[in-house]
Design a protein around this ligand. Sequence first.
Ligand SMILES: Cc1ncc(COP(=O)(O)O)c(C=O)c1O
Length: 342
Amino acid sequence: MRNTSIEDNIANLTRQGILDGPTRIKRLNQLSERMGIDLWIKRDDEAGPSFGGNKSRQLEYYFGAAIAQGADTILVTGAVQSNFVRLTAAIAASLNIKAVVQLEERVENPEPQYYETGNVLLNQLLGAEIRYFKDGNSEDADAALYAYADQLQQQGRRPYVIALSGKTPPLGACGYFQCAKEIVEQSEQAFDHIIVGTGSGASHLGLTAGMKYYCPTTKVIGSCVRRPKSEQRQRLNRMAQQFNHLVDHPNYLNDADFHIWDGAFSPGYGKLSDKAGDALNMMARKEGFILDPVYTAKSFAAIPGLLTEGLIPSGSRVLFIHTGGLGAFFAYQKDLLAYFKA
Ligand SMILES: Cc1ncc(COP(=O)(O)O)c(C=O)c1O
């Protein structure tokens, strides 16, 4: 298989169509002027059902694999307000597959609405079976999911587990490899920089791999939303090995390919930073787009941050990937109101 290209090897993976077509790219005129760059937004918040988001692209490959294996139940794990989990529940509903969602308590002392509204409410509406998991590391969360999958199997069901700790190959990254191609086909001129949130790392890794393949002059920068930069780099390097293996090009991605920024990550996962609040505010008031406090506000904050640090030169052509997150927006009402009050 090594003689075949990465593109062909990815095309050979089983994929369940979820997106209706390419997502839109639009220029942000007021923010371009304000920041002194040529700034564009890719509307992956419109990808897929139930408020959409980046995970729809990733789930095309997980559902493809699940259906190919004859699964009738899909199990997924994520934070209580995970968008990945909500999209899994929505897509499973549309495919007549049962969804089991495991909600990990990653955020300390959240407000009551964190458990009641946003994606938790949507998971109920979408008919998913909801289970809770006291935060541990990803390995523990995956182990609990596999243990439940075993129980379901003993009851005669055919489960497929979407694990995030490294047991399953990073299939989701293939969705963003494809997205890189889509971006290149959509744009008349190459982007200098692409900014995307980096959490599980699948979107960041896939875009990095795809841009290296289709347009190597474009630098993809991941803005940390889940863990600090040094830990995220280790994670991406681990995933890169698995991705290289998956696409059968063992030396394709390496450490030097990853550009990571964590200037808006503090005070931690699921907690609104001032920089993220400012980014969310600026996007709403200048362009009318809504970002979410956990992922897209922190990823968009990278643009003013990198400009200030001189890592994006003025005049650059920059694409921000709006990865969604809107299903969770109202679950963070208290943090948002506190930000506006301050
Ligand atoms: C809205 C949103 N943006 C970005 C991310 C991060 O993407 P990834 O997990 O591919 O790194 C997530 C992850 O859950 C998300 O829900």
